[in-house]
Ligand binder design. Structure first.
Ligand code: NAP
Length: 241
C-alpha cells in the first residue's frame, strides 16, 4: 500500500475482530479498533502498535448513536469499515424475552445502520470505500434457539445488498462475510455434545479460526477486490455447501 489507508474495526478486543484488526494492521492499514471498556481499548492500542504507529483502540458501544458519530468525526475519513461487533442471547422463541430479542437486533443489526450512515458521506467524497459486515451462516441456514441472531444476520445480508446498489457507482463496495462456526468466546461455551454434532457437519473437520475470517476480510478490504460488491461471502469449512 503506497499511502496508509485507515480502517475501523468494531469489537476488536478479541475473537474475530481482534484477528481482523491485526491482519489489517500487518497489511499496512492504520487501524482503529473498538472495545466496550477503557481497559479493552488500551489493550487494542498496545497489541496493534506492534505493527506500527497510529493504530489505536477506542471505547465504543455500537448501540449508542452519539458515540458513533463522535468517533467517526474524530477518525474520519476512513477507507474501510468492518462492522464486526456482535452478541448472542439465545433462547427458544417461546421463551425469548423482549430484551433478548431487542438487544441482539440492536447490537448486531441496527448498529450497522448507524456506523455505515456515519461513514458513507466521506467515502463518497473520496470516491473509495469498503464496508464489510460480519454476518453468519446462521442468517442463511437458521439455527434453533437463535431466531433473534438469525434474523439480525439475515438482515445484515439484505442491508448489504441494498446499500451496495445505492453507492456502488461511487467506488465503494459493501459486502458481508458469513462465517460458520469459529473458535472464539462466542462458541467456547457450546456443550461438548453439541460441538461433536457440529464437527460431524463440517467437511473440514474443525471449527474455523479467527485468522481464517481475517484473511478473507483483508482481501475484501484491499483494492484487489473492487469487482466484488453486494455479496455474502461464506466461510465455513464446507458446512454450508
Ligand atoms: P466475541 O469473541 O464474543 O467478541 C465480540 C466482540 O464484540 C468483542 O470485541 C466485544 O467487545 C464486541 N461487542 C459486544 N457488544 C458490543 C457493543 N454493544 N458495542 C460494541 N462492541 C461490542 O465474538 P466473535 O466470535 O469474535 O464474533 C465476532 C462477530 O462474528 C460477531 O458479529 C458474530 O456474530 C460473528 N460471528 C461469529 C461466529 C463464531 O462462531 N464465533 C460465527 C459467525 C459469525 P468487548 O470485548 O468490549 O465486550
Amino acid at each position: 500500500m503506497s499511502e496508509r489507508q485507515t480502517a475501523l474495526v468494531t469489537g476488536a478486543t478479541r475473537g474475530i475482530g481482534a484477528a481482523i484488526a491485526e491482519q489489517l494492521a500487518s497489511d499496512g492499514f492504520i487501524v482503529f479498533g473498538t472495545a466496550t471498556s477503557k481497559t479493552g481499548a488500551n489493550s487494542i492500542t498496545k497489541n496493534l502498535n506492534k505493527y506500527g504507529g497510529g493504530n489505536k483502540g477506542y471505547v465504543l458501544n455500537v448501540t449508542n448513536s452519539e458515540q458513533i458519530s463522535n468517533l467517526i468525526k474524530e477518525i474520519s475519513p476512513i477507507s474501510v469499515l468492518v462492522n464486526n461487533a456482535g452478541i448472542t442471547s439465545d433462547n427458544l422463541l417461546m421463551r425469548m424475552s423482549n430484551e433478548e430479542w431487542l438487544s441482539v437486533i440492536n447490537t448486531n443489526l441496527s448498529s450497522i445502520y448507524r456506523t455505515s450512515k456515519a461513514v458513507i458521506r466521506p467515502m463518497m467524497k473520496a470516491k473509495y470505500g469498503r464496508i464489510i459486515n460480519i454476518s453468519s451462516v446462521v442468517g442463511s441456514t437458521g439455527n434453533p434457539g437463535q431466531t433473534n441472531y438469525a434474523a439480525a444476520k439475515a438482515g445484515i445480508d439484505g442491508f448489504t445488498k441494498a446499500l451496495s446498489k445505492e453507492i456502488g457507482s461511487r467506488g465503494i463496495t459493501v459486502n458481508s462475510i458469513a462465517p460458520g462456526f469459529i473458535e472464539s468466546d462466542m462458541t467456547s461455551g457450546l456443550p461438548a455434545k453439541q460441538k461433536e454434532i457440529l464437527l460431524s457437519q463440517i467437511p473440514a473437520n474443525r471449527l474455523g479460526t479467527p485468522q481464517d475470517v481475517a484473511k478473507l476480510t483483508a482481501f475484501i478490504a484491499s483494492d484487489k477486490s473492487s469487482y466484488i460488491n453486494g455479496q455474502t461471502l461464506h466461510i465455513n469449512g464446507g458446512m454450508f455447501a
